[in-house]
Design a protein around this ligand. Structure first.
Ligand code: GTP
Ligand code: MG
Length: 138
């Protein structure tokens, strides 16, 4: 089994969608082994998304991620990274497959409701950015 870092973004927490999104993860066979609601500062969002620092939307992205509470969580399961990205759908909701979180809930390419790690190395880094080992309960 594998673990991945998931974030339910401010556009989704604002609309009270945490439960509906978690239901999709659980229905796909992913287990929520850690979860907390936090409000990132813009600087913390910037550190988390540092790989995107050169992208034109970086400032907007950091502003958005600090605009309200997020739910950070660790999802565990068989091929959890790929499975989570499947449940999330494409970055742009206009391209997201029917039934995915982004197709159903995302408001735009920026305010797209969820984040998911994209590889084992980034998953490990992102999990340790938010959680200590003691907080992961499989
Ligand atoms: P994450 O799981 O959040 O990393 O999404 P992703 O892997 O599907 O997309 P990517 O890593 O390429 O981009 C990271 C995040 O930046 C996206 O989820 C969006 O929130 C935001 N983003 C990407 N492209 C754009 C864009 O063109 N405009 C804006 N405003 N935000 C964007
Ligand atoms: Mg990404």
């Amino acid at each position: 089994t594998e673990r991945t870092l998931s974030i339910i973004k401010p556009d989704a927490t604002k609309r009270n969608l945490t439960g509906k999104i978690n239901a999709k993860f659980e229905e796909a066979g992913l287990r929520i082994v850690a979860q907390k609601r936090i409000h990132l500062s813009k600087a913390q969002a910037g550190t988390f998304y540092a790989v995107h620092a050169e992208r034109p939307f970086y400032d907007e992205l950091c502003e958005f991620m600090a605009s309200g509470p997020v739910v950070v969580q660790v999802l565990e399961g068989e091929s959890a990274i790929a499975k989570n990205r499947e449940v999330m759908g494409a970055t742009n909701p206009a391209d997201a497959a029917q039934g995915t979180v982004r197709a159903e809930f995302a408001e735009s390419v920026g305010e797209n409701s969820v984040h998911g790690s994209d590889a084992p190395e980034t998953a490990a880094e992102e999990i340790s950015y938010f959680f200590s080992g003691l907080e992961l309960v499989g």
